[in-house]
Ligand binder design. Sequence first.
Ligand code: PLP
Length: 456
Amino acid sequence: MTLDIQRAGQIDQASLFHPFTWVEDLKREGPNVITEGKGVRVKDIHGNEYLDGMAGLWCVNLGYGCQEVVDAIAAQSERLSFFHAFNGMSTDVVIECADELLKRAPVPMSRVFFGASGSDANETQIKLIWYYNNLLGRPKKKKIIARWNAYHGSGVLTSSLTGLPGMHNLFDLPIGPILHVTAPHHYRKAAEGQSEREFSRALAAELEELIAREGADTIAAFFAEPVMGAGGLIAPPEGYFEEIVPILRRHDILLVLDEVVSGFGRLGTYWGSQTINVEPDLITAAKGVTSGYFPMSACFISPKLWEVFEAEAPRAGVFAHGYTYSAHPVGAAAALAALKAIDDKKVVENVAEVGPYLHQAMRNAFADDPIVGEIRGIGLMIGIELVKNKATKEPFPASDRVGRRVLQAAAQKGLITRALGDTLVFAPPLVINKSEIDELVQKFKAAVDAVRPELG
Ligand code: PLP
């Protein structure tokens, strides 16, 4: 590498358009340039080490430098670096990967469609849903319901599905036949004194009303993350899916589970659907499928849809959808190695054990903390919401950027977290052990303690 370390920050600012970054922050602070990683840790360009509490972007589930995946990518790149699956072409490694994925599906699934990102996979799901209803002769049944605070990606339609106004404003979004319902956020959205179960029933009633108002014959699908991630780390309140899924079934509305984060063990079960006890019609997977080592996504298609696609194929003609990198052989090799490593290293079992340990350790550390409003999540997904007043849940003024300040204090102490407003979140590699969790919690507590005196 020829990059001048001293000038790396300057060159970055002069050349790179960063995703999800405020240019004002970047100008003031410069980038944090990461250069290497091993296990749960990464190093920056100055040699500082961090415990990566976010597994990159909720994706490096096997940790950095997993040799099996590295070797599989190298070997496949050498043997066949690219071929595609258009026009009935295929590759040996992609065939094996599709088969292995179907074997691991939480409910019987008929086919896997590959892409390169969670966003393109969810775009595919929307198109599959419309295609399905067109083939069934139901041209009106096209609307899609998502939740406020959902995150389903950055494409035009997937940003529209996403329930975050910051991703709509200035982009002329949302567009398309997309409807949003209330986020299942008990801490912020439930009425005073409303139990989780009562809140879930109220959300089910809201859904029923929406369907009645719009007409069930116009609504095609409902998208949900098992635990909402980027929209604030929100676990479903008690009874939520139990209340809403029967409504969807009654109105013949497909359920798409977005398992881009929750798939492959993050919640302590192989799939998030198993934690929330739901049988989806379509599943979106990405991130953990290759542990972030190669961009790859997979849409799982249930027999209900596939049987229609197959039966109607004679008149539908060519399935006119796909990406250059759909079914990339190097991605498939990475995925096969990652799937094997998840099994061999008993990764899901590890999450089932260390996930509750992380939640308990965090609760112990912040039991009486006056600015910790709520600690929430499941498995190795945890969010800590900071508030000005614990009793009233009054938030800090957004302009104080308390979450970001804690994130920066954590970085100084060698810990990477993510601030979703004033909710600090952790989704560490799934191979993290208890002593690394102790370190994570202790560093996070030190960061909160460092910012506290400035908060007045
Ligand atoms: N769906 C969920 C639940 C996600 O968390 C993400 C990304 O964080 C996406 C979809 C989009 O994936 P990608 O960034 O790979 O397009």
